[in-house]
Design a protein around this ligand. Structure first.
Ligand code: ADP
Length: 463
């Protein structure tokens, strides 16, 4: 994904986020308004019905006490007492013929004769005025003498209130949209800020090639901050890898130049001494030795690269550990004896490990070779193998010169050689290869060392 593409996407993403935020805000606000409207309408309707029900019960009690006369008187008294004249009251005979009718004057619009034509009369129903704007809500009760008593109320007061609410709600919608857009833009800007900073960092690195640029990590603990943190960690690792590669390249160039210069010198000597066959032969032998050294160096470097890249081909088989260690110790017996170093082994006779036998031998030989190299005369080396749970553990411990704590993390680096090791033969590749082989087998290697006391290498391989 090119940076141009990223910068082309940016405004669209910001616009899309702004619109999404605004839409969500608007929908939430409208939902709240809708719910408020619904609750208001329901509670107003309930209030109306409650007042109709109370009036119906009162008129029913009056009728029960003194029939139509008492009902008529009750309404008359109410008016005389100045009670608001808001209820419609109708008394109908058993066949729904109107016996008594009372309604406020403003209800002339309602076609009250319609009531007589109704075949079935539900407990609650609505009657519409001629213009269909006003609605009369009516409750009906059948009396013990089979008469019908109906009480109704005009719903215009509550409709007015609801209409006012609708107007206010409509009025605030435009400001809500504007507020949503402004808030959405602000939120989109805030959300995209870390991504913009990330893009800026990538642009700086691409433009300048400087791997030192890092994306700012804010105090937030969200996914974008995590992304910036991981991005910086990735840059740290890439920088470290590049530094490592540069250093390795320098070291390899340096290590190749020395034998090549020597090769050239020896070849020149041979050319100049054409008349002396012995000198010529000796020079050719030197050339061969240097060429072998060079080829060995390159083979080990390639092995390490293969193992680290995970492409080292391992032919895994069950390897009995006893014969393997016996062979190995035999290989170093003479050198050790020369230096008066004792090598002792300790392993269960039947112990075996699943490994590539030649590679495992190569790894153990390198560690043992170091132990012999870095142990002064009179020292001791112990080679131990044992089962440790699902692992096989190999320990090679010596009483040699040891490794300074500051050098311990570096000993696995390619071409690293300790200061005190310069006097010994070696390329600084042994432990890198050991680690690479062990890791390729799915194992790991640990070191513990104390200068002047000795070193101990623990190799763990899956059983
Ligand atoms: P080298 O060819 O120098 O032995 P290695 O990669 O095998 O390279 O080891 C790297 C460095 O680790 C050595 O130069 C040495 O300083 C240190 N080292 C390795 N093994 C031992 C040991 N058994 N005792 C002391 N120092 C050791």
């Amino acid at each position: 994904m090119s940076l141009n593409f990223l910068s082309r996407c940016r405004p669209h993403l910001s616009l899309r986020l702004t619109l999404w935020f605004s839409l969500i805000f608007l929908l939430a606000s409208l939902t709240v308004l809708g719910m408020a409207y619904y609750l208001l309408a329901t509670s107003l309707r309930q209030q109306d019905r409650e007042s109709i029900r109370t009036a119906l019960q009162e008129y029913q009690a009056q009728y029960k006490a003194g029939k139509l006369i008492a009902l008529r008187n009750a309404i008359k008294f109410e008016r005389a007492a100045g009670k608001p004249n808001i209820f419609f009251v109708r008394l109908a005979g058993p066949r729904n013929q109107t016996v008594f009718l009372h309604f406020p004057e403003q209800w002339a619009d309602f076609n009250l004769q319609e009531l007589e034509r109704m075949a079935t009369i539900p407990a609650w129903f609505q009657l519409r005025a001629a213009q269909e704007e006003e609605v009369l809500e009516i409750a009906t009760v059948r009396l013990p003498d089979n008469f019908l008593l109906q009480v109704g109320k005009d719903t215009s007061a509550r409709e007015e209130l609801l209409e006012h609410f609708r107007r206010v709600a409509f009025g605030v919608t435009i400001p809500l949209i504007i507020l949503g857009l402004v808030g959405g833009k602000f939120l989109a800007g805030r959300t995209l800020r870390p991504i913009r900073q990330l893009i800026q960092t990538v642009q700086t690195i691409t433009a300048t090639g400087m791997m030192t640029a890092r994306a700012p990590v804010g105090p937030a603990r969200d996914e974008l901050a995590e992304l910036a943190r991981l991005f910086n960690q990735m840059l740290d690792r890439i920088s470290a890898l590049l530094d490592g590669m540069r250093e390795t390249l320098d070291n390899v160039a340096h290590d190749l130049r020395t034998p090549l210069t020597r090769l050239r010198g020896v070849a020149e000597t041979a050319l100049q001494a054409q008349e002396q066959p012995d000198t010529c032969r000796a020079a050719l032998a030197d050339c061969l030795e240097e060429a072998e050294r060079l080829s060995g160096l390159l083979t080990i470097l390639m092995d390490i690269a293969e193992a680290e890249a995970g492409t080292m081909k391992l032919r895994l088989e069950t390897v009995p550990i006893g014969p393997l260690l016996a062979d190995l110790v035999d290989l170093y017996r003479y050198v050790a004896e020369d230096k008066q170093i004792s090598i002792t082994t300790n392993y269960p006779p039947e112990l075996a490990v699943t490994a590539d036998a030649p590679r495992l031998r190569q790894a153990l030989a390198n560690v043992l070779d170091n132990a012999v190299k870095y142990t002064p005369p009179g020292g001791r080396i112990t080679v131990t193998a044992a089962a440790a749970g699902a692992w096989r553990r190999f320990i090679i411990a010596d009483t040699g010169v040891g490794i300074p704590p500051a050098d311990l993390p570096k000993i696995w680096d390619r071409l690293y050689r300790g200061d005190k090791s310069r006097s010994q033969r070696g390329l600084g590749l042994g432990l890198s290869l050991v680690k690479a082989i062990v890791t390729a087998h799915g194992g790991h290697i640990e070191v513990a060392s104390e200068p002047g006391q000795g070193s101990r290498f623990d190799i763990y391989l899956p059983g």
